[in-house]
Design a protein around this ligand. Sequence first.
Ligand SMILES: Cc1cc2nc3c(=O)[nH]c(=O)nc-3n(C[C@H](O)[C@H](O)[C@H](O)COP(=O)(O)OP(=O)(O)OC[C@H]3O[C@@H](n4cnc5c(N)ncnc54)[C@H](O)[C@@H]3O)c2cc1C
Length: 454
Amino acid sequence: MTLATVSPYDPDQITERSGHAVVVGASMAGLLATRVLIDRFERVTLIEKDSLPDEPALRPGIPQARHIHVMQKAGLVTVENLFPGYSDDVIEAGGLVLDLASDVKLYQEGDFLAGGPMRIPQYTASRPVFEQVTRRRVAELDGVTILDECHFSNYLVDDQASTVEGVSVRTADGDRELDAELVVDATGRTSRTPAWLENNGYPAPPRDEVSIDLAYSTVLLERPAETRRAFLVLPHAPRTRGAAAFPIENGRWLLTLGGMHGDYPPTDPEGVLEYAASLPVADIGRLLEEHAWVSEDISYYPIPSSVRHRYEDLDRFPDGLVVIGDAVASFNPIYGQGMSVAALEALQFHHTLATDDQGGLALRFFERAAGVVDDAWSIAVGSDFQFPETTGPKPFGTNLVNRYVARLHRKAHTDGRLADAFNRVIIMENRPTSLFRPSVVWRVVKPSPRVRYG
Ligand SMILES: Cc1cc2nc3c(=O)[nH]c(=O)nc-3n(C[C@H](O)[C@H](O)[C@H](O)COP(=O)(O)OP(=O)(O)OC[C@H]3O[C@@H](n4cnc5c(N)ncnc54)[C@H](O)[C@@H]3O)c2cc1C
């Protein structure tokens, strides 16, 4: 499900607030879960193991924050509805709004896609800016307490472990227990809930793991204030290498090189230049050559696999516990959709909380969240399966879809309407199935005009 198919936020759906909820993990999924919970609970405590600074800053719990993070339209619109004025806050913090249809050059299948016929605003900033602006708004909410440097240790349960009744935490002042009617696990990829379920007599969720053996190397470059270009060079089998460069706050570009299936980008400046020179377009290498490097520090991030825990397949799950965000599914960030998935999941959580029947809350939420994950997972993992080296459960019909999308990309080199249709899937406005609408299929399959000579 995407922006077009998830019902919008409706604060009037929930009229009574009572009780206490705890959210573990103050990254994007935890922050947005806190926002929707405070409509339903009198108090929400958000706990985070890192120290949380007042200013945008890198922190150990989100090592991915050193790499490019664009917020796609689905994320931006959803967060804006939850926090009116959010996009202005991002701009005020130094973020930029680009036009995806004209400022972002997307290279795929041998050329750049044509400019689209309609403007598509795309917000870009560093990940610490998106998070800090969100955190500031969450901290202002009446009834919300944020506890940083507070490590989640375990769930507190009743005698039969049928209901989670709170969490035990470790702080500098010692161990504590926090009672809660609902606990939300937003601890990302390192979530311990699957193991906890097994240790407490529950089935763990089935796990899909798609191996991609991907790594990123990212460089920070100086950017002339007026320059707003962005580049995205997607890997395309058998070419395992790709790259992206996006403008961010303070007159900088973040430039990321990525290599799949063990073709890792280097972490030394010379190696980075050589790797960039091997890309099919010169633009990335040119940025590296022509603009000063803020420092020679190159951030490296390995992503061995995309992982999805299919909580929606469970028929038994403890009361009082919900899992959200990357803790449910984290996948190849090729299309930059993780924060938008977290936002749409928060919206689904809001709708789940709004129904009168609070029994089976988690399983009802997982069902709704699965619809969001399905769409993002299918296009990220689908594109991973262009490579024969990719292993894991392959979504049904992937080869056929990949052949069709490859043709769509080639046609989109000259057909801006096809580029627009593809972009609207990337930004999670439309579902991937929208690429099979008759108006799109016709443009993809119709013969190219013959070139006449003489
Ligand atoms: C290299 C890379 C690039 C990406 N690029 C994009 C992009 O361009 N656009 C996009 O939308 N998404 C992108 N993503 C995905 C995005 O980072 C995540 O989807 C998003 O952050 C939501 O994750 P989350 O909040 O669920 O988990 P995380 O961001 O992983 O946060 C988990 C939080 O839980 C805390 N925590 C963990 N354990 C404990 C504990 N025991 N006690 C207390 N706190 C704990 C951590 O410190 C952290 O704050 C990218 C990901 C990667 C890896």
